[in-house]
Design a protein around this ligand. Structure first.
Ligand code: NAG
Ligand code: NAG
Ligand code: NAG
Ligand code: NAG
Ligand code: NAG
Length: 836
């Protein structure tokens, strides 16, 4: 009882009704072009000419346009629906091409707490209705290139089958995907696990079923298709199963060779054959051996049609395509031929003989039977040289398709892009074959953005990006011609500019094995060229994390991924900074050359000696994990910190902080050009302000407008980064985890600051907050969203600020030593909490 009473006394529940107005914004991708990430599969609809979809592992799905460009379909996915961007399977309806199904969910381990869902569209992906699944889906898990795991019965298109991961088995819907039940007598849920010892769960889950293929040569329209093939990720035990009675009973297909894992099962209707590609791993990165088999359905005979053997067979097989207009014309991709390049094989005689996209003339001379065209993404091609990788054709090639209406049109997905062309039949002219291999990922923006800067002069945007290093974005609407080079890192994890010398920038790479040199690089010409002298100061084997450069560009503070915080001045060797915790968020002052900042837990730290030593300053309320520290570009000591408990502002070098009222959580934050000359910079935040979204404040956090809309969710808020343009008021750049970079400009009038607040305070009976009553907000504009939320007030309060609390700011309470004159119309905290 006493404990309860004490908790009740300490905890007060507050019902806040906040009206945050919206301002219309125009959102566009910053064009990088060329995708920038893994495209596990591309699926053509067999009935409607030109209809095709591509799926990605972290950036949603896309629809193909007639001009070869792609339109994203899942940009509405917001923080709550971030796992929609992991697309593990696509099915496009052969009977009603308007129907499209996506199986979505990101991880089957703890990284994604959510179950998966089937997204159902009846308008080719313009809109979707989710159908919840009772298990997780692994759009970004190992084995994500196998499939498709989801298939529509071509004779009775209300029927769908889905082959699940994680030992969940085979599932069936008979109502167009709305509800699902398990086919319990399906003989195998899968046994293959890439690495049973992986404690993260990422590589230790059962891969499960790998593909489902209806045999359209069996059955007739209007009745469930009797013959169905299903592949299962088993190695060394039965792994291709068949039903001949529409899924009532199942058996292993006789005569199969189950040495390797079946990745694809593609039907050739005209040949009445099933082509199966196999690899010795689940993919997408692995595969050191494999095979390709053809199963003749008419006489139940398997034939090994593996294109290469002996020493030439050092990879598994992924993508398989059949040309439905040319029976016997088939193609298969080496899943990963890391050297000398990726490889694709084509046969016009059902697999009896094959030709490749390249062949050794006489070692080491290579004949490439294609012309490379990277005009849509010039940075992706031969201009790009990764220290240990000079591949054009690609890797992770699980998705390979020939347009069912056009034998010349083909597309395939790689670990980095979509390639293909419109003159595929040129392949069939023997040793003079010369097809065009073109980057065809225009519109696919799949990068995982790690850092963005918008310096006050020079290029408006420079990025640090996972897997493709990063770019100077001289033209936001045009694919860059080059990515960062010399040094080229496979990934950059952060970037910063020197406030007093904005053309001096620093970036950090993520490779620890030495193959890409030392992992800190400096540019003094805004990223056009980089110099390596900084390399001398960087220790071997240390990489990643976050980086901050002093205002004069002389000193670099580095929060490494695994070696704590380090600092280097004048390119001298980095030394450890023991007075700042390894997990701290870091930043440099943009004006004073010797000042750096850090935030960790509820503590804020300042260094005035060029990052050598830090001392704790004011506190950040009850925060436990600060996300970002940003600094006013013109004013020393004017800093903002976003945390799990809100947004905090200091104008006195972090001696004290004001908690910004109404902001309950914040992640990426940025300061940009002020609305009026001389005014406070526009403040942008990925935050929870009566709901998670993207917000702008023109008055240092007193009033906010929401700037994203229902069509632009930007996925996981905590994974994203922001930069605000320092020269164009209102412009913000959002770097996403899988959908590239967006830039937004205000397109609608800014609403007058109409956000109003009415609060009711009620003592709760336990530590758990309870809404007892709430009063309504004063009338909000039509465009606003009104959200009710509850907050428990902190018992330890932010440090004092100036005498007047901001509007809606805390103005009293236990431990509160700040202003007690409330700026808002009601001050309920002041009186009630004092009773504690
Ligand atoms: C099964 O496949 C493996 C790998 O391709 C091969 O070594 C083996 O000879 C095959 N077995 C039969 C019976 O064909
Ligand atoms: C099975 O049928 C296929 C396709 O008609 C044919 O190529 C193959 O020779 C047949 N195999 C046997 C053993 O009859
Ligand atoms: C291949 O075709 C392109 C034009 O499409 C041409 O520029 C190139 O010279 C040709 N290569 C060979 C080896 O014939
Ligand atoms: C920069 O900050 C340090 C430490 O607070 C101070 O001593 C120095 O005077 C400042 N430099 C300038 C140019 O304001
Ligand atoms: C910084 O100061 C310059 C010069 O007064 C001004 O043009 C610019 O808008 C200021 N930047 C911000 C973000 O306030």
């Amino acid at each position: 009882m006493f404990r309860s009473a004490l908790l009740a006394a300490l905890s007060v529940s507050v019902t806040v009704v906040t009206a945050v107005s919206s301002q219309a914004y125009t959102w566009k991708n910053v064009k990088i072009g060329g995708g920038g990430g893994f495209v596990p599969n591309i699926v053509f609809n067999p009935s409607q000419k030109g209809l095709a979809f591509a799926r990605t592992d972290i950036g949603g799905a896309y629809k193909l346009n007639s001009d070869d460009s792609w339109t994203p379909l899942l940009d509405f996915a917001d923080d709550a629906r971030w796992n929609y961007w992991g697309v593990d399977a696509i099915a496009t309806d052969p009977v009603d091409p308007n129907r499209l199904y996506l199986t979505t969910g990101m991880y089957t381990n703890s990284w994604d707490p959510n179950n998966g869902q089937i997204l159902i569209s009846t308008d080719q992906g313009k809109t979707f209705t989710p159908s919840a699944l009772p298990f997780k889906v692994g759009g970004n898990m190992p084995g994500r290139g196998m499939g498709e795991r989801l298939a529509i019965d071509p004779n009775s298109h209300n029927i769908l089958l889905f082959g699940a991961r994680s030992g969940k088995g085979l599932w069936k819907s008979t109502d167009y995907g709305a509800s699902w039940t398990q086919i319990k007598n399906f003989p195998s849920v899968g046994t293959y696990i890439p690495d049973p010892t992986d404690t993260s769960g990422y590589n230790s889950d059962i891969m499960g079923l790998s593909w489902v293929t209806f045999d359209t040569t069996s059955g007739s329209s209007g009745k469930a298709t009797p013959r169905i093939f299903v592949g299962v990720a088993n190695k060394g035990s039965d792994n291709v199963f068949v039903s001949n009675d529409a899924g009532s009973t199942w058996s292993a297909v006789a005569g199969q060779n189950n040495t390797f894992i079946p990745h694809k099962g593609v039907l050739s209707v005209a040949e009445k054959a099933l082509y199966v590609s196999y690899s010795d791993g689940a993919g997408p990165y692995d595969g050191t051996s494999g095979s390709v088999w053809k199963y003749s359905i008419a006489n139940s005979t398997w034939t090994d049609i593996t294109p290469v053997s002996g020493g030439d067979l050092y990879f598994g097989f992924g993508g398989v395509a059949v040309d439905v207009q040319r029976p016997g014309t088939i193609m298969v991709a080496a899943l990963n031929s890391w050297w000398p390049d990726g490889q694709i094989f084509r046969s016009t005689d059902g697999g009896a003989t094959w030709t490749g996209l390249w062949a050794w003339e006489s070692y080491p001379t290579l004949n490439r039977f294609y012309t490379y065209d990277d005009t849509l993404a010039p940075w992706i091609g031969p201009d790009r040289t990764i220290t240990d990788l000079t591949m054009q054709i690609g890797w992770m090639m699980e998705g390979l398709s020939i347009d069912p209406f056009d034998s010349n049109h083909w597309l395939y997905g790689t670990g980095e892009t979509i390639y293909g062309g419109h003159d595929l039949l040129k392949w069939d002219s023997g040793d003079t074959r010369n097809v065009t291999l073109k980057s065809l990922a225009d519109g696919v923006e799949e990068t995982s953005v790690q850092g963005l800067i918008s310096p006050p002069s020079g290029p408006h945007l420079i990025s640090a990006i996972g897997d493709v290093d990063g770019f100077v974005h001289n033209d936001l609407d045009k694919a860059p011609s080059v990515s960062f080079s010399n040094p080229t890192y496979s990934s950059s994890s952060d970037i910063d500019y020197a406030g007093n010398k904005p053309s001096t920038i620093v970036r950090v790479g993520t490779t620890t094995d030495g193959s890409q040199g030392k992992q800190v690089a400096i540019s003094s010409d805004s990223g056009a060229t980089w110099y390596v002298s900084q390399d001398y100061g960087a220790p071997d084997g240390v990489a990643g994390g976050k980086i901050a450069i002093s205002a004069d560009g002389d000193t670099i503070l580095w929060k490494t991924s695994s070696n704590g915080i380090m600092v280097s001045q004048y390119t001298n060797p980095f030394s450890a900074v023991s007075s700042l915790p390894a997990s701290a968020a870091i930043a440099s002052d943009k004006r004073n050359n010797s000042i750096f900042y850090g935030a960790d837990g509820s503590k804020f730290y300042v260094s005035t000696d060029g990052g050598k030593t830090f001392a704790a300053q004011g506190t950040l309320g009850t925060s436990t994990s600060p996300s970002k520290v940003i600094v006013h570009p013109n004013v020393t000591g004017d800093v903002w910190v976003s945390t799990d408990k809100g947004l905090f502002h200091s104008t006195n070098m972090g001696s004290s902080f004001a908690a910004i009222s109404g902001v309950t959580q914040a992640w990426a934050i940025a300061l940009g050009a002020p609305k009026t000359a001389g005014g406070y910079p526009a403040l942008f935040a990925a935050a929870n302000i009566g709901g998670v979204g993207y917000f702008r404040s023109d008055d240092a956090g007193a009033n906010w407008v929401k700037i994203n809309d229902a069509a632009h969710g930007f996925g996981s808020a905590s994974a994203n980064c922001l930069a605000a343009d320092l020269r164009t008021y209102g412009r913000v750049y959002i770097g996403t985890n899988g959908r590239g970079i967006f830039y937004g400009d205000a397109s609608g009038a800014a609403p007058a600051p109409t956000a109003t607040l009415t609060s009711t305070i009620v003592s709760s009976t336990s530590a758990t907050s309870t809404i007892v009553s709430s009063t309504s907000a004063t009338s909000a504009p039509a465009s606003s969203t009104t959200t009710v939320r509850t907050t428990s007030t902190a018992s330890s309060a932010p440090a004092p600020t100036s005498s007047a609390a901001p509007i809606f700011g805390q103005c009293g309470g236990i431990g509160w030593t700040g202003a007690t004159t409330c700026a808002s119309m009601f001050c309920l905290l002041c009186s009630t909490e004092g009773e504690g």
